[in-house]
Design a protein around this ligand. Structure first.
Ligand SMILES: [Zn+2]
Length: 371
């Protein structure tokens, strides 16, 4: 497929509600009592596929609300005679001539036929790419949402420019007699580049490590059901990476042995009891109580987004525009959330700034690779 530019952006997030993502993915309203876990560590996670599906919707929402009154009408008879589709994208101007034309990501020229159906599943995958402007349904196959997240039409398909990793738990809140502490492990800190060199990766002891002594009179810290001996060590954890997200100081952190992390997290998940409502009568179904587990609020996650762009393909937006589109639409996670049961007070997530540096040379910021 030729050479491509790559950019990797680290993301951090904190749940401001319990997060429920059932094993069925990101469908809203699904009732299931277990959440998605990493198959190796058995630790709950937010799958990259959920993140991608939700973000696609939010980017489309943001785009359409901005451009809805400014799109040229590709199907009016006035425009009919003006050559092929590619020429139309050049010639047909945004209505009301937005000053930002071509500079703001919303006014990238191929967004002129974007629509809300570019979010979600494509309802019209069997039409050809040049017929999408006259179709009212399905993915348009041209706009920044379709190009960034991928689309598939009868004659062409594209896997998209964005690849989302899973969001893994970085710090997990647990109630202790010393107040709420955020647990993590050495492996997690090292994988995320938060631990300074000199600390051995192994932590096979059965002890927790605290950075400041919470009490002179205690030798144990209770992490939910588990009472663990602890020792005090001065370890420098680079929490400044989370600065624009949450102020986590050393005294809040407890490093637990890797082999205990999954047990502690899984026994301290949020568990809620709900009642099933009969959709016909609107009344509670008899005996239809069910419990749901969820990742609690205050959990801090980490992950990354990789962006690929084939060189010399001017039908793709610049990486910078895609980053801006992600940044400008991520605030919807704070209000509309991710995952299931968002109408029951679940799902809100605050995301860190994506830290895209415009002056950074993409070729040196990432690695060149084949797409
Ligand atoms: Zn589209």
């Amino acid at each position: 497929m030729g050479e491509a530019l790559t950019k990797k952006i680290d993301i951090f997030a904190i749940s401001t509600d319990p997060i429920y993502i059932g094993t069925g993915g990101y469908t809203i309203g699904r009732v299931d009592n277990t959440i998605v876990r990493d198959p190796i560590t058995n630790i709950p996670k937010i799958p990259g596929s959920s993140l991608a599906g939700t973000w696609r919707y939010y980017m489309a929402l943001k785009l359409i609300s901005e451009i809805k009154d400014k799109k040229p009408d590709f199907n009016s008879t006035e425009y009919e005679s003006h050559g092929n589709l590619k020429e139309k994208f050049e010639r047909y101007k945004w209505k009301n001539e937005p000053e930002e034309d071509g500079k703001k990501w919303e006014y990238w020229k191929y967004n002129k036929i974007a629509r809300i159906t570019c979010a979600g599943q494509d309802e019209s995958p069997n039409i050809e790419i040049n017929e999408t402007p006259s179709s009212k349904t399905g993915h348009c196959g041209h706009c920044i949402v379709c190009k960034a997240f991928g689309f598939s039409k009868k004659d062409i398909s594209s896997q998209g420019m964005l690849f989302f990793s899973d969001l893994h738990i970085l710090f997990f809140p647990v109630y202790t007699r010393f107040g709420t502490k955020w647990i993590t492990s050495k492996r997690i800190l090292i994988e995320n580049g938060l631990l300074e060199n000199g600390e051995s990766k192994e932590n096979n002891e059965e002890k927790a490590i605290v950075l400041e002594n919470p009490s002179e009179n205690n030798k144990y810290i209770n992490l939910g059901w588990l009472n663990l001996p602890y020792e005090v060590r001065s370890i420098n954890i680079q929490t400044d990476k989370l600065k624009n997200l949450y102020e986590l100081s050393g005294k809040d952190i407890v490093i637990v042995p890797d082999q205990l992390l999954s047990h502690i997290i899984n026994s301290n998940l949020e568990v809620r009891t709900s009642v099933s409502i009969d959709p016909i009568t609107g009344a509670a179904k008899e005996g239809a109580l069910f419990t749901s587990e969820a990742i609690p609020r205050g959990t801090i996650f980490s992950g990354n987004i990789r962006i690929f762009k084939r060189l010399n393909d001017d039908t793709l937006p610049e990486i910078k525009l895609v980053c801006e589109a992600l940044e400008d639409s991520k605030h919807f996670f704070e209000t509309l959330g991710i995952g299931g049961m968002t109408t029951r007070g679940f799902g809100r997530l605050k995301m860190s700034s994506l830290n895209y540096k415009e002056n950074e040379n993409p070729a040196s910021g990432g690695e060149n690779g084949e797409s």
